[in-house]
Design a binder for this molecule. Structure first.
Ligand code: PRP
Ligand code: URA
Length: 208
């Protein structure tokens, strides 16, 4: 698996703001969207291009456009939803799928409750998004679900990751590309990322 750590100062700055307890829901949502957009810019640097002929007001010319079927953005519900518009601002024609997973508060194991992916998923570049990669259970289960539906080319984007989650995902799915905004220190006894940002879903949606 290829793992890419974001180094852009704007991404690091915005992640620091995200962590602050004093960052309120509206600011948190905006920051997650902006970070997803900046991470998407980095993660899409290897998208393949193809040449097409276009007519400018001056002449006919051959120029590059993105190749292949339209991208599929797939948020892991709920918190992944906060990253979707950031990606769509870069690639507005992308299709959007959804995978619903929640972590059992006791066992920390993921439970799937929803999965709906765009048609011809096997031919699309898939961008799976979730701000938090903690134990990695949710990410592994989401990639399992996508592969079970035929998905092959998968990029996973998380804003914060714990080393435990990176290892679990690398071991289960060595074929995917992983993009991480910031690698944090460890997990605590409740499997929360430290120093982290708390519960991403609750902070995006203002629950709790
Ligand atoms: C959070 C987060 C990830 C998962 C990460 O979701 O958004 O999906 O936990 O933890 P893991 O790597 O240990 O699996 P949560 O289950 O809290 O659901 P929510 O987004 O609906 O709040
Ligand atoms: N899910 C979250 O929202 N935050 C964490 O730190 C870990 C899992």
């Amino acid at each position: 698996m290829s793992v890419y750590y974001m180094t852009h100062p704007l991404i690091q700055h915005k992640i620091t703001l995200l962590r602050k307890t004093t960052t309120v829901t509206a600011e948190f949502r905006k920051l997650i969207e902006e970070i997803a957009m900046l991470m998407g810019y980095e993660a899409f640097a290897d998208l393949p291009l193809t040449d097409i002929e276009v007519e400018t007001p001056i002449e006919t010319t051959t120029q590059p456009v993105l190749d292949g079927k339209k991208l599929a953005v797939v948020p892991i519900l709920r918190a992944g939803l906060g990253m979707v518009n950031g990606i769509l601002s870069l690639v507005p024609s992308a299709r959007v799928g959804h995978i619903g997973l929640f972590r059992d508060p006791e066992t920390h194991l993921p439970h799937e409750y929803f999965c709906k992916l765009p048609e011809a998923i096997d031919k699309r570049q898939i961008v799976l998004v979730d701000p938090m990669l903690a134990t990695g259970g949710s990410a592994v289960a989401a990639v399992d679900a996508i592969k079970a539906h035929g998905g092959k080319k998968i990029k996973f984007m998380s804003v914060l990751a714990a080393p435990e989650g990176v290892s679990a995902l690398m071991q289960a799915h060595p074929d995917i590309q992983l993009y991480i905004g910031c690698l944090d220190r460890c997990l605590n006894e409740n499997a929360y990322i430290c120093p982290g940002l708390g519960d991403a879903g609750d902070r995006i949606f203002g629950t709790k």
